[in-house]
Design a protein around this ligand. Structure first.
Ligand code: FAD
Ligand code: NAD
Length: 396
């Protein structure tokens, strides 16, 4: 047929928004849309720190993709993408190939380990439902082992590498979980140590200093030990080596030291910076009229020339513009430039605490916690309306 084929790779924040907007804006038989994702569910990457620590369930963190799209209008292909073959407009899957006229790459990022020896082999990462399931069970197992295995007394040391937003949000949840794990496993709470190690001189480098201090105070009260201005140099099966020469013995290292673009992008021949493609203002890969890259795999600069951080907020906004620009291309209309509207930043600090910046307003405590809930509910509403809000929303 002559109907254009649109293939979307990845059903995360960027991919779902693109698919939903295409579904809404395209007329019957105007295009064939295929959405490819490794799993048949969409997960809330922004919530993964909770099931990782065991303070929320996996079921609260994901939703079947079939509940988010109309499968009469969009073909859902559950498969893993291996490579994009730009020269013949094909996507190579683990179990087949797809050809496209328009391609949207929204595969999300990958942990960046900066080549730190042992990090890839021995550390956990907060990356997907499958990866956080491992973290949760591993932590629980360390508590269970502590009572029976006298050989290692360091099992209750937990090391988190990197105090960016992911690291901070995770240590907060972990600290909240510890009292309960101690009770269930008859462990004296003073035996447990959480270390958050950060190479930069401050936690949350670049964020508002007053709010950073608030966050540190809250987390230190919850029992987190910070080591700032200290880089992890090596990760071993029995602990981490720091650039101070010190080692911390542990059976649990969670690496939140940064993310990079998906390796599939560079393997497919795109020019990348830390795995991300510098896209033009219409979200197209350089020189490619029919390939769009959004979310954590795209690199864009703000008017001051600084790169936007990879966030769900920007991925969602890009998804909307990407869909519009594909529809415009099919209809022979003009593309719209992407302009980021910063709605603010909110980070959870576990039960009862959070920090937020919205415009020039700073918030902490109850207000910031409510705002975080609102942001989460808003997302559920955008992608799934009231039914999803009722099903997956957390109101308390
Ligand atoms: P993703 O949402 O990661 O989606 C990628 C999708 O592609 C996934 O469904 C994945 O399964 C699929 N996929 C990957 N590889 C393949 C493959 N080879 N084949 C098929 N499918 C594949 N940002 C905010 O704005 N606010 C927050 O509060 C916030 N909190 C965060 C908390 C944590 C703990 C973390 C880790 C991140 C947080 N972020 C937050 C960042 C945000 O989650 C990411 O920027 C966002 O998820 C990027 O969206 P994306 O669409 O690019 O990719
Ligand atoms: P990040 O890159 O923001 O932070 C990684 C941290 O690890 C940095 O502070 C870095 O200095 C540190 N680090 C790097 N190497 C180290 C080493 N060898 N030893 C010790 N520390 C080291 O990564 P992230 O926290 O995963 O965040 C990724 C993206 O997701 C960011 O854009 C962030 O804004 C976004 N995010 C947002 C939220 C939120 O808004 N609530 C939550 C999580 C993530």
């Amino acid at each position: 047929s002559t109907i254009p084929k649109i293939v979307i790779l990845g059903a995360g924040y960027g991919g779902i928004l693109t698919a939903q907007r295409l579904q809404k804006e395209l007329n019957y038989n105007e295009a064939d849309v295929t959405l490819v994702n490794r799993h048949d569910y969409h997960y809330f990457t922004t919530h993964l720190h909770m099931p990782a620590a065991g303070t929320d369930s996996i079921e609260h963190t994901r939703v079947p993709i079939s509940k988010l799209i109309d499968e009469f209008k969009i073909d859902l292909v559950k498969s893993t993408v291996r490579e994009v073959r730009l020269s013949d407009r094909k996507v190579i899957l683990e179990d087949g190939t797809l050809s496209y006229d328009y391609l949207v790459i929204a595969l999300g990022g990958e942990p960046e380990t900066f080549g730190i020896p042992g990090m890839e082999e021995h550390a956990f990462t907060i990356r997907s439902i499958n990866s956080v399931r491992m973290i949760r069970q591993h932590i629980e197992y360390q508590f269970a082992l502590y009572k029976t295995d006298e050989s290692r007394k360091d099992r209750l040391n937990f090391v988190v590498g990197g105090a960016g937003f992911s690291g901070i949000e995770f240590v907060a949840e972990l600290a909240d979980r510890i009292p309960r794990l101690c009770r269930e496993n008859d462990v004296e709470p003073s035996k447990v140590h959480i270390y958050n190690i950060e190479a930069a001189p401050s936690a949350l480098p670049g964020f508002d200093p007053e709010l950073v201090e608030h966050a540190m105070n809250v987390l230190e009260k919850k029992g987190v030990n910070f080591k700032l201005g200290t880089a992890i140099q090596e990760c071993r099966p029995d602990g981490v080596v720091l650039d101070t020469g010190e080692t911390i013995k542990t059976a649990t290292v969670v690496w939140t030291g940064g993310i990079r673009g998906n390796r599939i992008i560079e393997a497919s021949g795109f020019e990348t910076v830390r795995g991300r493609v510098k896209v033009d203002e219409t979200l197209r890969a350089p020189g490619m009229e029919n390939v769009f890259i959004i979310g954590d795999n795209s690199l864009m600069f703000n008017p001051e020339g600084r790169p936007y951080p990879p966030t769900a907020q920007i991925a969602m906004q890009q998804g909307v513009v990407c869909a519009k620009n594909i529809v415009a291309a099919i209809r022979g209309g003009a593309s719209r430039p992407f302009e980021f509207v910063n709605k603010g930043t909110v980070a959870s600090l576990g039960k009862g605490e959070a920090i937020a910046v919205v415009g020039d307003k700073k918030m902490t405590g109850w207000k910031a916690v409510q705002l975080k809930k609102l942001v989460d509910l808003r997302y559920l509403f955008i992608i799934g309306g009231i039914p999803l809000v009722l099903k997956k929303g957390r109101f308390l």
